[in-house]
Design a protein around this ligand. Structure first.
Ligand code: GDP
Ligand code: MG
Length: 288
């Protein structure tokens, strides 16, 4: 069923009914960052830790990742190591053709995972520009993975991602420069969050070779999830999700309308095409 969803066309999905928030939604954890930041590796280690908390889904939205092959979760944790657990569902989604770089049917897949009783879904997205805005509303907890000594931070600040992250990870902390980088981010993060009761994003160091660092990240995720339960943030996120979904339904409908016109319509003289379009939109009646 989930595989069917992943392969369904936008039109098929548009016919799925809109629905209210489920009573028992899965926890949604997003892991984002530049290509090569170590997201998949981190996610693999987190999955091994967190699958004990109930049925776990892992989705990777990566236009560059092959649909099959063993390295979806990085080369440190092989797929077969994770696959033994039937309570674990792993899927790589291409980003296909949505303008924001998310997989066409991601929101619906996530909804379906709620229905299927997943306790948690972890979502990997490649952190570039617009994807973040779309991904942000799809998850409850967003983890931004940065590398020591790279242009990542500058890029992330420009794109406004720093304000969106709930947890910062300076990854590959076995490389030099990680401590300084973490201190820099700590300063920036503290500037953005000064309301009492607001969540101050922790800045963590992590390395695949240091299990304690992965455990600390997992615990930070739990703390953020617990905090969500005490704030109105979850409600706001659910509303953003619903708005995003409606907007995409409209986009799909518009694409469908365009696809229904034959080549002759688009080849018609401009003035004629304009009249036909206005007529179609029903704004004006141009013909007697
Ligand atoms: N030195 C070091 N390399 C790492 C670490 N984690 C991952 N890598 C390597 O970084 C590369 C990219 O990792 P991957 O998880 O595929 O990154 P992604 O593109 O963000 O998903 C791989 O060659 C990993 O082996 C780490 O903690 N330290
Ligand atoms: Mg990856």
């Amino acid at each position: 069923m989930l595989s069917q969803l992943a392969n369904a066309s936008a039109l098929e999905l548009a016919q799925r009914p809109l629905r209210a928030v489920t009573s028992n939604p899965a926890r949604r954890i997003g892991i984002t960052g530049a290509p090569g930041a170590g997201k998949s590796t981190l996610l693999g280690h987190l999955a091994l830790l967190r699958r004990a908390k109930g049925r776990l889904g892992v989705l990777a939205v990566d236009p560059s990742s092959p649909k099959t092959g063993g390295a979806i979760l990085g080369d440190r944790v092989r797929m077969d190591e994770l696959d033994g657990a039937s309570e674990l569902y792993i899927r790589s989604l291409g980003s296909r053709n949505t303008s924001d770089g998310l997989a066409d049917n991601l929101p619906e897949m996530l909804d379906a995972m709620d229905d299927f009783g997943f306790a948690e879904v972890m979502l990997e997205t490649v952190g570039v520009g617009q994807v973040e805005y779309a991904a942000r509303a799809q998850v409850d907890t967003l983890v931004l993975v940065l590398l020591p000594d790279s242009g990542d931070t500058v890029q992330a600040m420009k794109a406004g991602i720093m304000e969106m992250a709930d947890i910062f990870v300076v990854n590959k902390a076995d490389l030099s420069g990680a401590q300084k980088m973490a201190a820099d981010i700590q300063r920036i993060a503290a500037l953005n969050h000064h309301d009492p009761g607001s969540w101050v994003p922790p800045v963590l160091l992590a390395a695949a070779s240091q299990p304690a660092s992965i455990l600390a990240l997992s615990e930070a995720i739990d703390r953020h999830q617990a905090w969500l339960g005490t704030s109105n943030r979850q409600e706001i996120l659910h509303e953003q999700r619903a708005r995003y979904r409606l907007r995409r339904l409209l986009e799909m409908r518009i694409a469908q309308v365009i696809a229904q016109h034959d080549a002759a319509f688009f080849a018609a003289p401009l003035a004629e095409q304009l009249l036909l379009t206005l007529e179609m939109l029903g704004r004006v009646s141009v013909r007697p």
